[in-house]
Design a protein around this ligand. Structure first.
Ligand code: GLC
Length: 486
């Protein structure tokens, strides 16, 4: 007898193309699609933020059902909307919680996402889909694992459902006051270090880690790193001593249909590894359009959230009594950065753009077509992250024949191989120590190859372009994991 397909419900606070603040949204926009191609019956659920309304589909015709959710002493109504143009997706509507301009950063985030978790579980009683696996992502969905294991699973309707909890970033843990216990209907017994207490706060991340059946994170190296003091954000002992047996690292991929220099409609000139010479044309046009001097010098690109995680403090170290950034600009290079984030770093890059007109440009916005242009136009891609669970930028860069210069950590370590001129193997440059000096040294090394050994530089570009970081492999690993759980 043929087994019925595996059913999986992805729960996420952000999903491309509907709402995005970071890489989490990209993953949930891509991985479920691949799983579906490989035979999993997959659906997605996310909050119905007001900005989604009518932007992607006709609002009213997509209403499915509504019901009440009990949160401590409160009762909140929720509307379920459904759309399956891209993938079968449920949108949970609550004007109280999700009709706001931003996704996060509100005083009642504990209530908003506590509500979301509970509403997802309650929704299952009202729709025609009972998943084998609920796949949760990051702190916003941690309480769901707890609620399911400690309360809902007593009901036979829920008792067979298993949970996977994926950490996309250990740094954001969802720490709140005791009022969160009340929202989740939990008594004070949960407020111990063995349970979800963390230095006096309620930790939504711990709720996910402790009460899920499996934990995954987005690269094998990060799965090891989070068990160490340096990267564990205070949870290293819990992960290393207690939960190690259920942690697995599965490397993210990128969507090879979207990120394809051969077909990308946003770049100036399409190319493949066979016609990589045409990549040059992208640089020329980019320089022309964005006010950089038109010349053949090494263009350094950065596309990133501009936060401390991404290692931008290294730009302020000094080498030979100069700021690293000034030292870099002494080489015959141009520098361009795109992204938004913390003001301190934004101001720093604005300063350099002012100081080096025609050679440096900063775009403090997020703009997908412009990002694609930068990937295609740049010669090297800089990603000096302090920590990096997986990282998508370096994968896209390699796909576009842009040589990554990265710090050897997390997913960067797993995906970028330092170039070896003897064997002609490798795809980029790596430095281990968190120092501006070493970052500079690697930029200088890349520059030397670019200027003096162009055939080697070309080899790195081709090696990167031929690597396969599509979602297919990851999807297979997740399926294996799911199957081991049911
Ligand atoms: C987070 C991490 C990033 C990872 C992404 C998707 O944004 O910082 O490294 O690639 O999640 O998993």
């Amino acid at each position: 007898m043929e087994r019925s397909p595996l059913k999986c419900l992805f729960v996420s606070s952000e999903v491309v193309p509907f709402a995005k603040t970071g890489g989490l949204a990209d993953v949930i926009g891509a991985l479920p699609k691949k799983l579906r191609e490989q035979g999993v019956e997959v659906r997605v659920v996310m909050p119905y933020y007001s900005k989604i309304r009518n932007q992607f589909f006709e609002h009213d015709s997509h209403f499915l059902t509504s019901f009440d959710v009990y949160l401590g002493w409160r009762v909140q109504g929720v509307g379920v909307y459904f759309d399956d143009t891209l993938l079968p997706t449920y949108f949970l509507k609550s004007d109280t919680y999700f009709s706001r301009p931003e996704l996060y950063g509100y005083q009642d985030d504990y209530e908003r996402f506590g509500f979301f978790c509970k509403a997802v579980l309650e929704m299952l009683r009202h729709i025609d889909f009972i998943p084998d696996i609920i796949h949760c992502n990051d702190w916003q969905t941690g309480p769901l694992c707890l609620l399911l294991k400690e309360m809902y699973s007593r009901d036979t309707f829920f008792s067979k459902i298993r949970t996977v909890y994926t950490i996309h970033n250990m740094k954001y843990q969802g720490l709140f006051g005791r009022e969160a216990l009340n929202v989740l209907d939990l008594n004070n017994d949960y407020m111990t270090p063995e349970k979800i207490e963390y230095h006096g706060a309620v930790s939504y991340m711990k709720a996910g880690l402790l009460y899920s059946d499996k934990i995954t994170t987005v690269s094998p190296t990060y799965a090891e790193e989070i068990k160490t003091y340096e990267y564990g954000c205070g949870l290293d002992r819990l992960l290393g001593d207690k939960l190690y047996y259920k942690i697995e690292g599965i490397l993210n991929g990128i969507d090879y249909d979207v990120y394809n220099p051969q077909t990308d409609p946003h770049i100036y000139k399409n190319y493949t590894w066979r016609s990589i010479k045409r990549k040059q044309e992208n640089k020329k046009q980019f320089q022309l359009e964005y006010g950089l001097e038109e010349k053949d010098c090494m263009l350094i690109g950065v596309v990133s959230r501009i936060t401390d995680q991404k290692g931008f403090d290294l730009m302020k170290d000094t080498v030979d009594k100069l700021w690293v950034m000034d030292k870099i600009m002494q080489l015959d290079v141009q520098f361009v950065i795109l992204g938004t984030g913390e003001k301190e770093y934004e101001d720093m890059f604005k300063h350099f753009a002012y100081k080096y007109p025609n050679r440096s440009n900063v775009f403090l916005t997020f703009n997908e077509p412009l990002a694609q242009k930068i990937y295609a136009a740049s010669d090297v891609f800089l990603m000096p992250s302090l920590f990096e669970p997986c990282g998508l930028g370096q994968l896209i860069a390699m796909r576009y024949g842009t040589v990554p210069i990265v710090r050897k950590t997390g997913g960067l370590k797993d995906t970028v191989i330092h170039y070896n001129s003897l064997t002609k193997e490798g795809t980029g440059f790596e430095f281990e120590e968190c120092s501006g000096y070493w970052m500079y040294k690697k930029i200088e090394e890349a520059y030397t190859y670019y200027k003096e050994y162009p055939e080697h530089f070309r080899q790195m570009q081709l090696n990167g372009m031929k690597k396969g970081f599509s979602w297919d492999d990851a999807a297979k690993k997740y399926i294996k994991l799911y199957e081991s759980m049911i």
